[in-house]
Design a protein around this ligand. Sequence first.
Ligand code: 13P
Length: 336
Amino acid sequence: MTDKLEQLVETAQAMVAPGKGILAIDESTGTIQKRLSAVGVESTEDNRRDYRSMMLSTPGLGEHISGAILFDETIRQKASDGTSMVELMNKAGILPGIKVDRGAKALAGFEGEKVTEGLDGLRERLAEYAELGAKFAKWRAVITIGDDIPSRACLDANAHALARYAALCQEAGIVPIVEPEVLMDGSHDLDTSYDVTEATLKALFAQLYEQNVLLEGTILKASMVISGSEASDRAGPEEVAEATIDCLLNAVPAATAGIVFLSGGQGDVEATRHLDTMNKMGDLPWPLSFSYGRALQAECLKTWAADPKGNREQAQQILAHRAKMNGLAALGEWSE
Ligand code: 13P
């Protein structure tokens, strides 16, 4: 293996080191505006910087957080004391990551379905992000469950784009997180979630193989196999954990460096419990950890927003606590 490939493998392994997971704070400008306005904060550049630098300077965060995914704005920002965000992270032992996709757009000819854009110019953007200190990247595809969807065309178009992105990342010495999110939205049952997730992952790994992506230097960010958020009879934690593990064992090659989950609208403790239940099920071929956005941030954001200066430390403690709980869940050692 060349030095570059060895470095990729080393970084990927560090991202899923035992008891550690990833903090997702890469909300696009539109999404962060929604999150901040929901707690009564205006989405100005300064407020976004203060909120995110508050999280990244949480004492001891690096004990349970291996890396954080940033949005383009954040990787270029300095905290109010002049320290760059990347420097803050490097000091805390948290790997800087960057969201590089340009969002999920309507898939022409397929109503209700999306394909993620952002491949044009990606080689040049990745080279710049590597200069800025990014060690890994993220690309999110969105798969919607509904009447007669997802279509084969949607799964294949997204898998193809994910693999092209992953190959470009590895060329740039950056570890790709490939994230095909099967949305929880809808009233579908667990079996439907299983079938769609399995088909999505199989399409993805077929493309990663075709496009020569090194799995040992790749992290899968997966959605759990879970009942739709509006389903009448939602499956419990044991069922979710069993179905998810079964699906992953069927679709994800053992060579993959690790699997991290998104929270996708699950409650904070629910997301922790699901991860812990899976890790208690015994030996698995890959480390299984977290890359939560909302399930790590929700309480922290609420507390910070109520009084950004006065509640800063309290908000950090809340984030540190959730990171620790999920770190324990990644080891299968969490208890309520
Ligand atoms: P959630 O955990 O809030 O789903 O966000 C994770 C993420 O990064 C989605 O791309």
